[in-house]
Design a protein. Structure first.
Ligand SMILES: [Zn+2]
Ligand SMILES: [Zn+2]
Length: 754
């Protein structure tokens, strides 16, 4: 009773402090260690997991160190009595009689070996037994036993000496690890292997006598050579490992989703690939591989060569902030399909445009007149993309990007404009790749999974399954300009959907692709920020993307996407992409969303009532009772007409409206496109800067009249661009009148910079 009171008091006065600093260990999905960091006290001390304790090792240790471990209360009085008698009779001190619990106490509170300290050790052992289970104490012992140098614990020893997972130790290896802690300084693996083998075999023979293990296993173990030596800690995926350590600071073991096999393939492919690009002054690449089904990050390459200090190899390109080039276009088209504004065969004009002074150009500077959405996306044209974004609304698209977790878009918000679809915003490779992983997942987005315990619970629908399916089909077409220069069309092309991108100034080359199993994001460029004339998504990034797919998922057995439930098809007119009208002879099958996609019928022709000679057109108010005929004529949009005029492309003109007609259709008044109404123009007076006068007039109009502040400037063809130079600051009234007398006014403010 008194003894108990003393113990309780001591326990209160000297509480057990158990703070073991472990080395942060990063494991792959198969549980193997891919990277590790020194503990805060500079030790390699890796925490074992309960299922990592090999039964062989446990048995060998218990038999050797403390065979009554599971039966005593922390101290073994019988054994101690025996040793005490021995010491007195021989007049010397021998070690021993320390239970595993007492050894743990000594490892936690290292002090000199005296009888006094032995008493404290015994007290601490009782304390340990009070607070912890036997298994927990054994685990602590296995985590703390010294193995020479700064290596402590069985796991660090297995990994750094034997390159082996602790649960897979052979009998010989287990016994080796059980004997070294007796003399960690004189039994150094790699330096005194012969001595270790001799000592190991001494214990093996003891186990033989004890019949502790099957006789044959012991015979094998006795002959097992020991070729081990200390190696560096594993350093796979260094950028990833640093990031994980930073992100999960208090975890001794960070169990990630990284797939060791995929990671190693990607590392070697990227390393070799970049060597071919060095001659072009291109030095860096980053890759992330996502498993579509689990959203697990299976490979993460921050840079192709971590040790290349000269080219900033330590920079982590997976989370670097870059310009996306054209890579956001598929998402824009998917969102716009869901709005019902377009379908893959919708025809859109690909001619020069001007949005309040913003005049995007196509990558190759080519304008093709009319083009389908499908072609516009597959050939990555800029002008159709800007037009579509304008129709959809920048704010709606920005909101969608924010839903998809684009951190910099969240920050920039309403400051973003139409240029964002051509790369005028900031993104990270991991964000782009996570977005693309929504396409093979029926349009559902989910944050990436880094640790095994992460879930995809917060999955949300970004675009509809049918819209995602249409994008998958467009992006897997092979008739496109962004096939790598040397791509062998049949043999080396993996069956994937992909999109390339090149940022302004040729600083970023992107290629993001997916099949059913994986989504892979590739970025190539220079961390120094230097642009390179040869750098582009097609030739600099796509070959690596193809290599990766051909290596990690060759001829994917997962197959290709099948049309989802809400995907339907309808017959449309090839000229407009709209549901066919009576006069549409050229028809084609197109995907659409029933109840959502526009149902306006095609109007690629219009019925015009003309004079018998076809020279004049009539409107209802001037139509004669007899003597006229019906004619179906092309119904060109005004921007297409202006394009044909400026490029001198011949087209079928409409007859002039009946000159005798008195009616004016004010709704056909010209639209002043430039300068932008209500805009404030800041000009440099000394530079004599010019403003452009441009209108869109009705397609029957031949001539327009421009006025500034009610003063006629010039009469000009409706499709011609004029210029004028404001001389004074202040408000300007701009007027445009067409040859039918229809007039439009707009007002601008001009200010001169000092
Ligand atoms: Zn038609
Ligand atoms: Zn008329």
């Amino acid at each position: 009773m008194l003894f108990l009171i003393i113990l309780t008091t001591l326990n209160f006065l000297f509480p057990l402090r158990l703070q073991v600093d472990y080395s942060p260990v990063i494991t792959a999905s198969d549980g193997s260690v891919i990277n590790a960091f020194l503990s805060r006290d500079d030790k390699w001390r890796m925490q074992l997991e309960p299922d990592e304790i090999s039964p062989i090792l446990k048995k060998a240790i218990l038999l050797k160190e403390d065979r009554y471990f599971y039966y005593h209360p922390g101290i073994n009085l019988v054994a101690m009595g025996r040793v005490l008698v021995k010491n007195i009779s021989r007049g010397k001190k021998t070690a021993g009689a320390s239970t595993i619990t007492m050894q743990v106490a000594r490892l936690l509170y290292p002090q000199q070996r005296t009888y006094g300290n032995k008493i404290t050790e015994m007290f601490r052992a009782l304390q340990l037994e009070w607070y912890y289970s036997k298994d927990e104490i054994l685990q602590l012992y296995l985590n703390l036993v010294p193995f020479g140098g700064n290596i402590e614990g069985v796991k660090a020893a297995s990994v750094l000496y034997l390159q082996q997972s602790p649960q897979h130790l052979s009998l010989a290896q287990a016994v080796t690890l059980s004997v070294i802690p007796n003399k960690p300084t004189s039994l150094r693996i790699g330096k005194q292997n012969n001595r270790i083998v001799a000592f190991r075999n001494k214990w093996l023979r003891y186990y033989q006598e004890q019949k502790a293990f099957p006789a044959k296993d012991i015979l094998d173990a006795l002959h097992e050579p020991l070729a081990a030596s200390r190696v560096e800690a594993p350093g796979v995926a260094p950028h990833f490992a640093f990031r994980m350590r930073q992100k999960y600071q208090n975890q001794a073991i960070i169990k990630t989703t990284l797939n060791r096999h995929v990671q190693e393939k990607v590392e070697s492919l990227a390393y070799n690939y970049l060597h071919q690009l060095r001659g072009k002054n291109i030095y860096n690449a980053s890759v992330i591989v996502i498993n579509n089904q689990t959203r697990a990050v299976e490979a993460y390459l921050g840079s192709a060569d971590f040790s290349d200090a000269e080219h900033h190899g330590q920079v982590d390109g997976v989370r670097a902030i870059r310009s996306p080039g054209s890579t956001l276009k598929p998402f824009l088209y998917a969102v716009t399909i869901d709005r019902g504004l377009i379908t893959p065969h919708t025809v859109i004009s690909n001619v020069p445009i001007d949005y309040a002074g913003y005049r995007p150009e196509n990558y190759f500077g080519n304008y093709s007149g009319n083009i389908t959405i499908e072609q516009a996306l597959a050939t990555s044209l800029n002008i159709p993309a800007v037009k579509i974004l304008d129709q959809l609304g920048v704010s709606h698209f920005v909101q969608k990007l924010q839903q998809a977790g684009f951190s910099q878009v969240k920050k920039a918000g309403h400051q973003l404009g139409l240029s964002l679809i051509l790369g005028g915003c900031d993104v990270k490779l991991e964000e782009l790749t996570a977005l693309f992983a929504a396409f093979p997942n029926d349009g559902k987005f989910a944050p990436l999974r880094w640790q095994q315990q992460d879930t995809t619970a917060s999955e949300k629908s970004l675009v509809s399954p049918a819209s995602a399916y249409m994008i998958n089909q467009i992006l897997s077409q092979l008739k496109r300009p962004d096939l790598p220069y040397n791509a062998d069309n049949s043999r080396n092309l993996p069956k994937i959907a992909w999109k390339t991108g090149t940022s302004y100034g040729r600083k970023d080359a992107w290629s993001i692709g997916y099949n059913k199993k994986y989504t892979v994001g590739v970025w190539v460029g220079n961390f120094s920020g230097e642009g390179v004339p040869e750098l582009n998504g097609t030739d600099s990034a796509t070959p690596l993307l193809f290599d990766i797919f051909n290596t990690i998922d060759y001829n994917s057995p997962a197959g290709w996407f099948v049309p989802p439930g809400n995907f339907s098809q309808r017959v449309v007119c090839k000229t407009s992409g709209l549901p066919v009208n009576s006069f549409c002879s050229d028809q084609v099958l197109d995907g659409f969303l029933p109840g959502i996609s526009a149902v306006t019928k095609c109007a690629h022709l219009k019925k015009v009532l003309v004079s018998p000679d076809g020279k004049y057109a009539y409107c209802p108010s001037c139509l004669p009772d007899v003597n006229y005929k019906e004619k179906w004529l092309p119904n060109f949009a005004s921007d297409i007409l202006a394009f044909y005029e400026s490029e001198h492309i011949p087209y079928q003109q409409l007859p002039t409206h009946n000159p005798a007609c008195s009616r004016i259709f004010q709704e056909y008044a010209p639209v002043i496109v430039s300068p932008t109404a209500e805009m404030e123009y800041l000009l440099e007076q000394a530079e004599e800067q010019k403003l452009m006068l441009r209108c869109q007039a009705h397609n029957e109009v031949k001539q327009v009249y421009w006025y500034i502040n009610d003063k006629l400037i010039k009469a000009a063809p409706a499709t011609e661009n004029l210029f004028f130079t404001p001389k004074t600051s202040g408000k300007y009234k701009i007027s445009c009148t067409d040859d039918q007398g229809r007039n439009t006014n707009s007002y601008i403010l001009v200010k001169f910079l000092d």
